[in-house]
Design a protein around this ligand. Structure first.
Ligand code: TXA
Ligand code: MG
Length: 349
């Protein structure tokens, strides 16, 4: 398949190309598009064939469900049984980096939801994503646009590396603003029929922010802990190893000075790659240093993380070191992605 690349920064200036891409989606084709989180690999969310093609292009197991993307928060009602809590979340955070899981309606094929009777719905804020969904005239099922097991793409170049020749169109909208996938919550009901949320995947909408809208927000154990063998997570995606670099990634837990001393010693004796804070560049040898942002700028680190993991992969280092992120605020999202990329390898220093 020959993949076309459309460069679109302003949807107003690219209406023809967006209409084309919308037609391709409606006809069953695959279109990669930018969102504020990461790039998505889109297909018609009401088509079992499109879902099968998405799984094939990504090399993803078909029991791992897809998120459907809508242009306006109210459109969720067409595909899911919404509740008051959904609309409260929509008012606070949509369009934006939040995905909500609710019972699905019949027009969403079970091949999209990995056989589950619930569906994940997200209304992205990226103007190109919203214009594309409108042009398609249907919901757009889209996982992150990477080959299964690779870091999610935050730049169209990553998408080209992974999916050139496997999709009809790649829309290049530049670098993604947030860089980590959306926060995922599932709407639940307690014994008194009171609604509450379970946080399945942390993202830029933090636990604290969710707690401002809903009294009870549980954090699924798989967010920060290792699942036991045979344990079934609430979200099928949690059981897969993600974002795994080829060389082992080791997360360092210790105070700044101790970690820096450790890294200098390692650099002297090993071919290692270091994902370092900007402040550490001068103190380390330049070999394979990959700066990830300032120490206290978690948003910058989130934006850089996946590109940094891809860069680390491209070095021939035998081991990759990075700092263990804090578990508060946006740190929890970084922690969740990094602990899995590291297969839970943390070195206490
Ligand atoms: O930011 C994002 O969410 C990006 C962009 C493209 O929108 N998409 C994304 O999709 O990260 P994906 O497929 O890479 O991750 C979706 C996660 C998977 O871990 C999947 O298991 C979970 O959402 N999921 C989807 N539907 C679900 C459902 N009905 N119940 C539980 N988990 C679900
Ligand atoms: Mg993904």
């Amino acid at each position: 398949m020959k993949t076309q690349v459309f460069t679109i920064h302003d949807p107003q200036a690219a209406q023809e190309q967006l209409l084309d891409a919308g037609r391709i989606l409606r006809a069953g084709g695959l279109v990669v598009f930018p969102t504020e989180t990461v790039y998505g690999l889109g297909g018609d969310g009401t088509s079992p064939q499109a879902a099968a093609d998405i799984y094939a292009a990504k090399g993803r197991p078909s029991d791992n469900p897809l998120i459907i993307h809508i242009a306006d928060p109210e459109d969720a009602d067409k595909y899911a049984y919404t509740t008051e809590l959904y609309f409260a979340l929509a008012k606070a955070f949509m369009p934006g980096p939040l995905t909500v899981i609710m019972p699905k309606r019949d027009n969403v094929p079970s091949s999209v939801t990995g056989g589950l009777d619930s569906v994940a719905v997200r209304c992205p804020s990226h103007p190109v994503a919203r214009a594309l969904i409108r042009a398609a005239g249907t919901c757009v099922a889209a996982p992150s646009a990477n080959i299964s097991g690779k870091p999610s793409p935050t730049d169209a170049r990553h998408v080209v590396q992974d999916l050139d020749g496997k999709v009809d169109v790649i829309i290049d909208g530049g670098e993604c603003e947030i860089g980590l996938e959306s926060t995922i919550v599932k709407i639940m009901q307690d014994e008194q029929d009171e609604p509450y949320l379970v946080l399945l995947r942390p993202g830029a909408i933090t636990h604290d922010a969710l707690c401002c809208v809903c009294r009870r927000v549980d954090i699924a154990p798989a967010v920060a802990e290792k699942l036991a063998e045979n344990e079934r997570p609430l979200s099928p995606g949690m059981k897969y190893r993600h974002y795994a670099p080829t060389a082992p990634l080791v997360l360092l837990d210790g105070n700044d000075d101790q970690v820096l001393a450790f890294l200098r010693a390692e650099q002297a004796s090993k071919n290692c790659c270091v994902l370092c804070y900007d402040e550490e560049i001068d103190a380390l040898s330049s070999g394979t240093l990959i700066p990830v942002g300032a120490r206290d700028d978690l948003a910058a680190q989130a934006k850089r993380l996946f590109a940094a993991l891809r860069e680390a992969d491209a070095t021939n280092a035998e081991i990759i070191y990075a700092h263990l992120p804090p578990m508060q605020g946006l740190g929890l999202a970084l922690y969740n992605r990094m602990i899995r990329a590291a297969a839970h390898t943390v070195l206490k220093i």
